[in-house]
Design a protein around this ligand. Structure first.
Ligand code: BTN
Length: 261
C-alpha cells in the first residue's frame, strides 16, 4: 500500500515543481506517448509528464515496463536538444546519471552502478531504466522525450522479474517521497543537460559504469557479439574487444548480459 504521505496530486505537484510545466495523470498508457503529443503541440523545454500508474509503459528493445499505482515513478521530460545528432546518446546518459546520483543520497552508493547503456542497478538488480525517443520531422529532430521509470516499492517477489528487478524503498536509508525524488532528479537532469557537450558528462557517466572490464554478451538487432568491454567512447558507444580475433566493436544500441567469468 502507498504510504499516505506519498500520494500524488496535481496541486501538490504544481507547488513542488514551481514554474516547470507538467501534466499529471492518475493512470495513463505511457507518459512517453503523452509527452510526444504535448511536444508536437509546442510544450516548453523541460516540461514533464508524470503518472501514478502506467498501463502500457514501454521499455527499451520493445519490452514492457511495469509501473503499478502508488509504487513507482513514471515520468517523461520534453527536451529540444540543439546538439549534433552524433551526441544524442548523451541525453540518455544525462538521465541515467541524474538518477544514479540522486539515488546515492538514499542508499549505500556502493550498491549502485550503471549498466550500459543506461540501466540503474541496485544490489545487482535493475531499479530504474531510461527510454529516450526522438520525434523527427523528416530529417529534422523536433524533440526528445526522456522517459524515466523508477521502481520505488514494486514488489517483484514471485514474479518473472524477481531475479532481475528491484525497488528502492527496501534499501533506502530514509523515507521516500516520490515527488521529492522527481524534483531532485529533474533538477539534476537540468544540470546535466547544460553539460551535454562537456567531458564532465561522459567522465562522470563512465565512472558509474559497472560494465567496463567485464566480459559481456551484446544483444543487438543484428545479432550477438561477445567480448571484453574495455571502454565507452565520447558518443556513448560501448567498446568491446573480441579477444580471439582482436577485433574491436563500437556498439551504440543494444543490450548486454554479463558473461560468466
Ligand atoms: C528500459 O527498458 O530500461 C527503459 C524503461 C523506461 C520506462 C519509462 S517509465 C516512463 C516512460 N514511459 C514509458 O512508457 N517508458 C518510460
Amino acid at each position: 500500500m502507498t504510504p499516505q504521505s506519498d500520494n500524488l496530486n496535481s496541486s501538490l505537484i504544481g507547488y513542488v515543481l514551481g514554474e516547470r510545466p507538467f501534466r499529471y495523470f492518475q493512470q495513463v498508457s505511457s507518459t512517453n506517448n503523452v509527452a510526444q503529443k504535448w511536444a508536437a503541440e509546442g510544450a516548453l523545454a523541460g516540461s514533464v509528464v508524470l503518472a501514478d500508474e502506467q498501463t502500457s509503459g514501454r521499455g527499451r528493445m520493445g519490452r514492457q515496463w511495469v509501473s503499478p499505482a502508488g509504487q513507482a515513478i513514471a515520468m517523461s521530460v520534453i527536451l529540444y536538444p540543439t546538439i549534433d545528432e552524433v551526441y544524442l546518446h548523451r541525453l540518455t546518459m544525462a538521465g541515467g546519471l541524474a538518477v544514479i546520483e540522486i539515488l546515492s543520497d538514499y542508499v549505500n552508493p556502493s550498491l549502485l552502478a550503471l549498466k550500459w547503456p543506461n540501466d540503474v542497478i541496485l544490489d545487482g538488480r535493475k531499479v530504474s531504466g531510461i527510454l529516450s525517443e526522438g520525434l523527427w520531422l523528416g530529417e529534422h529532430l523536433q524533440s526528445i522525450i526522456l522517459g524515466i521509470g523508477l521502481n520505488v516499492r514494486v514488489d517483484f517477489k514471485n514474479t518473472s522479474l524477481e531475479s532481475i528487478a528491484t525497488s528502492l524503498e527496501p534499501y533506502s536509508l530514509k523515507p521516500i517521497s516520490r515527488l521529492l525524488l522527481v524534483l531532485q532528479i529533474l533538477t539534476r537532469i537540468d544540470f546535466w543537460i547544460e553539460q551535454l557537450q562537456s567531458d564532465l558528462l561522459i567522465n562522470s557517466w563512465r565512472d558509474h559504469l559497472g560494465t567496463i572490464g567485464r566480459h559481456v554478451i551484446l544483444h543487438t538487432h543484428q545479432g550477438e557479439i561477445s567480448g571484453l568491454a574495455t571502454d565507452v567512447d565520447t558518443y556513448g558507444a560501448l567498446v568491446v574487444l573480441n579477444e580471439k580475433t582482436n577485433e574491436e566493436y563500437r556498439i551504440l544500441a543494444g543490450d548486454i548480459s554479463i558473461a560468466e567469468e
